[in-house]
Design a protein around this ligand. Structure first.
Ligand SMILES: Nc1ncnc2c1ncn2[C@@H]1O[C@H](COP(=O)(O)OP(=O)(O)OP(=O)(O)O)[C@@H](O)[C@H]1O
Length: 261
């Protein structure tokens, strides 16, 4: 379980990114964090694996007080938490399988990871992870020959090979077209349901968030202004989260917000 207790985050320049955040996220939940640009979505997600340090309150992940972790403890802790970025963060000039194998040697320098020798067992695990996201046939293809959606699946496979309890996804579909976005979201959903991995996703596409996530956390100016099941989200709630400006959410709000009552 992930617990935010009165969490505050103020950046060194004085920007208050999070305030009074209280949340409990159970193992296996699929949570989407939504809100305007600058609301604090990324900060909230990145505090969970200590990419950012909170400046007030407490953050507890499965009984571990995250702020108390030091050095190696942080690295060990992060191995249980996969992270997916908008930009995929892959080494594009090498093969898919090498990118996945990287997850087995998190503490080595990059050049060792890429030249490193891996055991048969690790290779099998890497191939299994690629199979889970449907790109086993691309294992020996160079990453720069893949589409954006396929690259995001490689990133997902790399995270899966790490055997995480939690996957944090920071705008994972922001650079993908709508069809590919759905394929990647289907992967997230399947992984969440079949492997009971918690997914906490920061996402701009409200209609996708409502369709795929079980729970929505709405953030405005660093505060949680909505926290509840996706099916309970109404236009009024969206107006509250987005400061009354839901037309700005989409070029065609009627279509995009079709799931909202
Ligand atoms: N490293 C930083 N130093 C100072 N201020 C920051 C830093 N990172 C983010 N901020 C500020 O903190 C606030 C929250 O930013 P954050 O990136 O969490 O928002 P967001 O909701 O994820 O936005 P977006 O959707 O545009 O990515 C913003 O005002 C932002 O300018």
């Amino acid at each position: 379980m992930i617990q935010f207790i009165d969490v505050q985050k103020t950046y060194p320049n004085g920007t208050i990114a999070l305030q009074n955040v209280n949340l409990n996220i159970e193992q296996g939940e699929f949570v989407a964090v939504i809100g305007l640009s600058g609301a604090g979505k990324s900060t909230l997600i990145r505090c969970i694996n200590r990419m950012h340090d909170i400046t007030g309150g407490r953050l507890i992940v499965d009984d571990v007080e995250v702020t108390r972790l030091r050095g190696k403890q942080i690295r060990r802790f992060r191995r249980r938490i996969g992270m997916i970025f908008q930009s995929f963060n892959l080494v594009t000039r090498t093969t898919v399988i090498k990118n996945v194998l990287v997850s087995f040697v998190p503490d080595l320098p990059l050049w060792r990871k890429l030249t490193g020798l891996f055991t048969k067992e690790q290779k099998i695990k890497a191939l299994e992870a690629l199979d889970k996201v449907g790109i086993l046939d691309k294992a020996y293809v160079r990453v720069d020959q893949l589409s954006g959606g396929q690259q995001q699946r490689v990133a997902l496979a790399r995270t899966l090979a790490q055997n995480p309890d939690i996957i944090l996804a920071d705008e994972p579909i922001a650079s993908l077209d709508p069809v590919t976005s759905r394929m990647v979201m289907n992967d997230f959903k399947r992984i969440n349901q079949e492997m009971n991995i918690s997914v906490i996703m920061n996402i701009h596409h409200v209609e996708v968030a409502l369709e795929y996530a079980d729970r929505i956390i709405g953030i405005r100016k660093g505060e949680v202004v909505f926290d509840g099941e996706s099916r309970r989200v109404t236009k009024e709630i969206l107006e509250d989260i987005y400061g009354g400006n839901i037309e700005a959410l989409a070029s065609s709000p009627e279509e995009k917000l079709a799931h909202v009552r």
